[in-house]
Design a protein around this ligand. Structure first.
Ligand code: CU
Length: 162
């Protein structure tokens, strides 16, 4: 009985991968390990608190993909943030940096995708007062297909080096 269940789950899972290329919207409940995406890790994570309370903060990190498949990161949720957005940055003609929300970002197989000042980053809105410099929170990345991976993110005050 059990082996049949697992076989069905496996078929469902591989179907999801194929269908995601076509941009399907209905995703079956995940049958894989509850936490973790194979080969995906982050380095140098940090959440920078806003200088003015009530303003958004920002999260930077290096997304390391040690696997042989590409991952499209669909969303990044941060514990203690009411809302998050993935942003890209662009330098304007006057030297100002403009940023705007972006769609899923792909970290290629055996590559690293950097979220950094002046580049891609995760904006965090409606921050809980429990997020304090020197503390830590958790960020959960969701990749195309629905798998999630959670990582600890140290919290820094706005004056710290980024
Ligand atoms: Cu931003």
């Amino acid at each position: 009985m059990n082996s049949r269940l697992f076989a069905a789950a496996f078929l469902l899972g591989s179907g999801t991968v194929l269908a995601s290329c076509g941009g399907n919207s209905e995703e079956p409940v995940e049958q894989q390990a509850p936490e973790g995406v194979e080969g995906l890790s982050i380095e140098n994570p940090r959440l920078i608190l806003p200088a003015v309370a009530g303003n958004p903060g920002v999260v930077y990190f290096d997304l390391v993909n040690d696997s042989d498949r590409n991952y499209a990161v669909r969303r990044a949720d941060v514990e203690g943030a009411g809302r998050t957005e993935m942003h890209g940055s662009m330098e304007m003609y006057d030297g100002e940096i403009a940023m705007s929300p972006v769609g899923p970002q792909t970290v290629m197989a055996n590559d690293t995708f950097t979220f950094e000042p002046g580049g891609f980053h995760v904006m965090v809105f409606d921050l809980s007062p429990e997020l304090q410099a020197g503390g830590e929170t958790e960020m959960t990345l969701t990749v195309a297909g629905g798998d999630k991976a959670s990582f600890a993110v140290p919290i820094q005050s706005p004056g710290d080096a980024r």
